[in-house]
Write a new protein. Sequence first.
Lengths: 438, 435
Amino acid sequence: MKTFIGIDLGSTTTKAVLLDESERILGRGITNSRSNYETACNVATEEAKIDARFTLFRREFGDGNLTAEAEEFLAKLESSFRLEQFLEQLDDLEETCTAMVKGDRFATTGDAVKAALAEVFVRLRKEAGPMYEPGAERKSDFFRDIAGSRYLNLAEEVGNEMDVAHDVLLNIYDKSIIAVENRPPAGSLDEKFARAMERITDGVVDPSLSEKAARALAVELEETYLVGTGYGRVTLPFSKEHIRSEILCHGLGAHMMYPKTRTVLDIGGQDTKGIQIDENGIVENFQMNDRCAAGCGRYLGYIADEMNMGLHELGPLAMKSSKPARINSTCTVFAGAELRDRLALGEAREDILAGLHRAIVLRAISIISRSGGVTDEMTFTGGVAKNEAAVRELRKLILENYGEVTINIDPDSIYTGALGGAEFARRAAEGRVEGVEA
Amino acid sequence: MKPSIVKAQPGDVEKDASMIKQKQMMAAHYERLSNAPETGEKVASTFVPGNLNELLMCFDLVNNLPEVNAIQSGLRKKSGQYIMEAERAGHSEDVCTYVKSDIGMMMKGNIGPNGRELPKPDVLLLSYTGCFTFLKWFELLREQYKCPTIFLQTPYMADGKVTPNMIQYMVKQFKETVIPTLEEVSGVKFDIDRLREYLAKSAKAEDDLVYILETGKNKPSPIDAYFGGIYYIGPIFGAFRGTDDAIDYYKFLREEVDQRMLKGLGPVTPDGPMGEEKYRLVVEGPPNYTSFRQFWKMFYEEGATVVASSYTKVGGTYDYGFRHDPDRPLESLAEYCLGVYTNRSLPMRIDMLTDYINEYEADGLLINSIKSCNSFSAGQLLIMREVEKRTGKPAAFIETDLVDPRYFSAANVKNRLESYFQMVEQKRSGKGAAA
């Protein structure tokens, strides 16, 4: 099966989308960008391919009309597959950690440390099974977060029992996790799926499900064409024909999700873009912030740190405000100072936060206006589109400035750029797009 | 005069013969300035827009241009530290970075691009008032040098035309203030025939300059009218207008450009001859000087040639027919000052850019909006919208600064430029339509 890949290398996360020949989304993948774009790109693509497999399973199982049994089967298969992935990375982590135990530093303690490490990993593996039961809650989907938090606890436990210094074990972990995380995913996906299938086939009542799944697995996902976009694009080992500007990709992606869109607002980690597109998704004009990233996603991250909150907690708290404070600056440094000032004066946190959200959106409105304003349907994308308080302020300000217009926000809007990229790839493969040769 | 010192060029940078000649001329001029205290030549500081070089030459005054000094500091990566120096002395972050680079340079010993001290001016001639900053700049210089300051007021072309009254008003200023003060400073009696002679020479070089700039109408264009254009305007916007050197330079340049045109070649870039011409652009606004080569590269790497620019008109809009005229010496100097690009109203600038896009068959308009230049930047979004509307060609907006390296974000500029080029491509082919 021909597939077309779009990869959006953002400053915070890297996204990949896989399209099929009929422009349908097969799979989406996301990962943190780290400092290594190449790995991020591999991981996101692999995640999108995994997601694509599940789409194929669903199609094989009858799309839309899945039986409860089929749903259960898929849930089990997914958990089993994630466990498989986790165990594989755990093996890598153990190997890397063990390899760190060498040199003069470990002349006398080496054997004890190795024994302790081995024990930590035995326990980690034991815990892994239940962690990946269907329906089990995990704090995060990133290996680093899951393995990290358990390792810390287990290292302390094992260290005490086996009389190995806790901090030595932690130090080894800290050095190793970076290497493991920056290593491209190893092993073939097919094999991982095969092992994951094996683990769950026992309890399956309807054997036709396994057969259908096997059929879906047999479909080869051919990487027909790939297009990269986003800030990291120039660092990629892609040739020029495989790179498109993120502004064009966002425009096209938004058009695919909402064909009536004429204005796209994207607020990402470090930039805010106002894009005008025509009825074919072609960019007519755009404006974006200059080098100062004030009022972008990072601003919220900074504010969250200042207030000792999680990024995702900001929106809900701001929503509780009934009288937003007037924050004068989107300059992160000034806003930080203003924030502390107001907290000191005893203003409610929710009111201050609501004011900060308004400040961000005000800046975005100015960028939209510079790009040509809002004349028809508008689509809001990027990480900040997930923040309900920002959305509320945007709706208010758009209404005040442009009257009643439809504002589209897709829950998967974070993939807009990658989706546009994938469509560019699909067109390029068809030889349809100017300047991009198939 | 001592022979000029020309620094050896780094082997990896390609230059036209004319560029080398231009650099030699500029270097010779800086040597002349540095030698002034010994040779006894008197120096006038003045600006590029409204530069009255022919008049200054009538009084044996050497022309020193603080803006060009700031540009040289920018190209030599010195402006950053000069600007910080000026900011430490209290100049605001919002002040024009040419000014701060100049002030910082003075604070650091006023060392010019030739590594030698620049002379103290004997007179300050402010001959263009369209930029308010120039006034303030010269107030600072006056305070520093305590020398006579001449203030020639140039009416802004708010109504889009030069009226006889405007010219009379300026000629009156020439007769009553400018010329008497220059006589007093220099000790040289004004001779109008000498002025006529210089003006005739100016007009000759101006003819060739216009010819060269208009070769941009060819496909491919043999010149880059923005990055290359900056070399081309150097002598005539600076200290060489009205001299034989300028006539020679523009003749030489014209032949060089003609050769390229005959062979169907594009401009020469620092990385060698330009490849295929994929995009033809009109650019509005000054360039960035601190990352000049990197900035240029973002264009030529993508096959983008600038076929016409407004920046090459800041020292005179010769392509609109103006020539210095020996038969109307003072009147034509007045007209010259009135006609410079930034003295033109927004509607006039819109007309010019629209004409350029049509006459040079450009793919669109690119605006490089300069953070610290109000003269240029005010109204640019409006200009962009209007030109877009009239030509139906896509426009884009990037933001950099003249000589402050802190305001040049390569990734951001490149991102916008690439998006713009791809947008032009998409629109041009019309094949990008979604299925």
